[in-house]
Design a protein around this ligand. Structure first.
Ligand code: UD1
Length: 334
């Protein structure tokens, strides 16, 4: 009998590659990626870390049902970890149709093929952004407020589609993981986040200021109601995030579940900048500018549910995050 495989859509990306690098047996992995936000060399980088074969990677777009289906025909897929999707908040405001078309069709196709090929395990890459502007710490039983951008809405709708699918497929074990702010890199420095163009997110931007690629960091507002006036986020090391997926894989349970994945600890923008300076013994030039539209003052996770039900907790500190991010940047900034 053919070996049962775990399909990662978007498996060559930032989060997918760290999940694969954390797996006990990467030979069980099949990857679907259209490389829209990564490059093909990512396969070689992963090969430096784990025993991955080229034939495990399918360069397909999950929104192309026929091309995507080939993977299910050629492999006995047991589990899907659905990570593929467009993910830039600002871009989603400018290109809503692209975001809805891409992200929703990808999730629909995943569900269609799970149904067709009797795949009963699914982990969906969701985001804390589905909560909308709520009071932190946010917990999974909160009613979701109106989301603030199309990217967030695609995550909220995808969650709902999966939940509805589970109603008519009681054998399905599906989990949405609501990521807070994934950051950092593999300690080897081989993989990490490779932003295309100007980074949107804070830590990749800080890394590029440190390497001299950018002259300073614009701090988007210091007049929030927080301890130092800058917004607070729950930054989680990407390897902790990866371990949360592995934890879910080990505890399949029929039905639909939702878990926050964060640390439960908030860090302000300036707090993260100072942690980066301290951890790496360097200085980051900053300039205070206007607020970025759509930003909330605080977004931190209540992580008690995932701890209680799965025994998962984060291990990496902000110092580890900053060291690994800088190590990665130094290896890749030329
Ligand atoms: C956002 C999304 C999140 C998504 C993530 C990845 C929301 C509420 N959150 O997170 O769902 O997964 O992007 O795309 O939509 N900052 C600066 N200067 C910079 C960059 C950022 O001051 O150059 C500040 C921001 O104002 C914010 C903090 O740093 O307060 C973190 O920003 P960022 O890394 O972009 O993540 P979020 O906006 O929290």
């Amino acid at each position: 009998m053919a070996q049962k495989k775990i399909l990662l859509t978007g498996g060559l990306g930032y989060i997918g590659s760290h999940i694969i690098a954390s797996m006990e047996d990467p030979s069980l992995v099949v990857i679907a990626d259209n490389c829209s936000n990564c490059d093909i060399e990512q396969i070689d980088r992963l090969k430096q870390l784990v025993a991955l074969e080229r034939h495990q990677v399918y360069l397909v777009d999950c929104t192309d049902l026929n091309a995507f289906e080939v993977i299910f025909k050629e492999n006995e897929i047991d589990t899907v970890i659905h990570l593929a999707g467009l993910k830039a908040v600002g871009e989603s405001v400018a290109k809503p149709i692209e975001y809805y078309t891409n992200n929703l069709n990808a999730t629909l196709n995943v569900l269609t093929l799970c149904d067709r090929y009797h795949v009963n395990r699914l982990i969906f890459s969701s985001s804390a952004t589905v909560y909308g502007p709520q009071v932190s710490p946010m917990n999974e039983s909160m009613t979701l407020l109106k989301t603030t951008n199309p990217y967030a809405e695609t995550k909220a709708i995808s969650e709902r589609m999966i939940e509805d699918y589970c109603v008519v497929h009681p054998e399905m074990a599906a989990t949405s993981l609501r990521y807070f702010n994934p950051v950092g890199a593999h300690p080897s420095g081989i993989i990490g986040e490779f932003p295309k163009g100007i980074p949107n997110n804070l830590l990749p931007y800080v890394q590029q200021v440190a390497s001299g690629k950018r002259p300073w960091l614009n701090v988007f507002g210091n007049d929030y109601e927080t301890s130092d006036g800058t917004p607070i986020r729950d930054y989680i090391h990407v390897l902790d995030l990866a371990s949360a997926h592995l934890c879910v894989l080990k505890s399949p349970q029929a039905g639909y579940r939702i878990y926050n994945v964060g640390t439960g600890v908030g860090t302000s923008v300036l707090g993260l900048v100072h942690a980066f300076e301290d951890a790496n013994q360097l200085t980051i030039k900053t300039k205070i500018t206007d607020r970025r539209s759509g930003d909330v003052a605080e977004s931190t996770a209540d992580v008690s549910k995932i701890k209680k039900e799965l025994g998962w907790v984060s291990h990496y500190t902000i110092q580890d995050i900053c060291k690994d991010a800088w190590n990665f940047e130094q290896k890749h900034s030329k």
